[in-house]
Design a protein around this ligand. Structure first.
Ligand SMILES: C[S@@+](CC[C@H](N)C(=O)[O-])C[C@H]1O[C@@H](n2cnc3c(N)ncnc32)[C@H](O)[C@@H]1O
Length: 280
């Protein structure tokens, strides 16, 4: 089989199962299986592919047909123009979370040598990116999952950027240190909406990274109330939230006495990020 025939085979298999981007995914997996680059893929459609690469490609397409996310199949995902290694221990970094990082960078520009705490770091995408973007910051990243922290440390090394990683339950382990910014993309999906998520998300991404109690607001609520103890005066709490949670989260910040609360929409026009200042 040549490149074109193999590509058509993969694209048609994905198309038949109603995948959203069959052409794109078939080509990405073909590049992975054959090791050819994009330019050669477009220029040498009639190049013959050796049997071992054909087998490898068919295996990757089979995996995708079970709804395994492409990022897990490739073992990597781009986030904020950096590459992050991913596996089933960590949530795949999402484009929406880049908005959280944009807003964090704006906040951090107002501080000299800022201290940052990333709660629920997962792949480390937020902490590693912030440490890289603001090199004179001190960044601490925490997660309850040992497997996630191992991945985050790997990503810290591969990006040559070194936050401190600590295993712990939310902010419990922080005793005396205070931070200028607490940032988090916490689990915020309601348990009863879990079954409505995409099959690839449900079957492959860690449920503990997605779902939170109290209608999805349990972990957000704990972060907001615990952050008051851990933030410096005039420090910021910056959170990613679910599509319908902004009203409730604003209320939580207000009830706890935070000021200057502001919500930001993502590219789809959904309330996605919220910031609030802790002022005594
Ligand atoms: C939505 S994922 C975010 C991962 C990463 N920060 C990102 O934006 O891609 C939430 C993360 O919070 C972690 N987590 C869940 N419960 C936690 C807890 N009680 N304490 C600390 N981390 C927790 C999960 O293990 C997961 O890695």
């Amino acid at each position: 089989m040549n490149i074109k025939e193999l590509y058509d085979f993969g694209r048609d298999a994905l198309l038949n199962q109603k995948f959203e981007n069959p052409g794109l995914e078939a080509s990405v997996l073909l590049l992975e299986a054959t090791g050819i680059d994009k330019l050669n893929f477009y220029k040498n459609h009639d190049r013959l592919v050796i049997d071992s690469e054909i087998d490898k490609y068919k295996e990757l397409i089979e995996r995708r047909l079970t709804s395994e996310p492409v990022a897990y199949i490739l073992g990597k995902k781009e986030f904020y123009s950096r590459e992050f290694s991913v596996d089933g221990n960590v949530l795949i970094p999402r484009p929406e979370t880049e908005l959280l990082v944009d807003k964090a960078i704006i906040i951090l520009k107002g501080f000299d040598y800022p201290s940052i705490l990333d709660v629920g770091t997962g792949s480390g995408c937020i902490a590693v990116t912030l440490k890289d973007e603001i090199p004179d910051s001190v960044c601490v990243a925490t997660d309850i999952s040992y497997g996630a922290l191992q991945k985050a440390k790997q990503n810290s090394k591969s990006n040559d950027c070194y936050p401190f990683f600590i295993k712990g339950n939310l902010l419990e382990f922080i005793k005396d240190n205070k931070f200028d910014l607490i940032v988090s993309n916490p689990p915020y999906v309601r348990e009863k909406l879990f079954h409505k998520l995409d099959r690839g998300v449900r079957n492959y991404e860690p449920k503990s990274a997605l779902v939170a109690g109290d209608n999805g607001l349990g972990i957000i609520s704990k972060i907001i109330s615990e952050s008051m103890r851990v933030l410096k005066n005039e420090g910021w709490c910056l959170l990613e939230i679910g599509f319908d949670q902004s009203v409730k989260v604003i209320e939580m910040f207000e009830l706890n006495g935070y000021k200057e609360i502001e919500v930001f929409r993502d590219l789809s026009g959904i309330d996605r990020v919220i910031k609030a200042k802790w002022k005594k």
